[in-house]
Design a protein around this ligand. Sequence first.
Ligand code: HEC
Length: 181
Amino acid sequence: MTLGVIGFALFIFLRLFAVTGSPAEKFSPYVDDQGSIRLAEVYRVDWACLGSWVVPDEKTSGYGFHNVYTQRSTEAAYQETGKFPDGAVLVKGIRKISSAHLPTGHASWAGDMNLWFVMVKDTKGRFPENPNWGNGWGWARFKADDLMKNVCTDFKKDCIGCHMPAKDTDWVFIQGYPDLR
Ligand code: HEC
């Protein structure tokens, strides 16, 4: 009994120490000290869905049903300031497209998960040596078969060329997000 109480007190102490003793101001729960980006799977539970895109042609590289999410605090900050705050995360989940004739007409809907694209806002240029960081963001891509592995190796090769049309809106295609535009 006494041992249990001591053990519990020790546990609480160590937990507190772990929190307060960690390196000052951890940047993001989804980014480690080297700038490796982790997929924030919590997005599905309580993040805001900013908007959806449909690219129906299977022969194009963007094929799929795209849903874009961000933290609710990011959505609120953007609405107030017109800027993405430090640590903002944008997750674009791409699903295959299913469709059929339904009572509404020929309907299409989001099918199986295929891949994810992630951007993490970094206003301080924290990882100048890491090729997945630059232009104010960290850039990542995950495939459904390995959620732990960022398959983006260099944002200049893998991402930025396509994002040029969104250069003036901090590389984000704002027109697709009704609550931000
Ligand atoms: C083939 C062109 C293309 C490539 C390559 C590409 N993107 Fe995008 N990305 C887009 C377009 C266009 C949109 C918005 C429209 C859409 O999804 O169809 C978008 C949207 C996004 C979004 C949602 C937020 C926004 O900007 O609207 C994220 C996050 C994203 N891309 C991350 C990435 C990352 C990270 C990479 C590199 C690993 C990457 N993209 C590579 C074209 C591309």
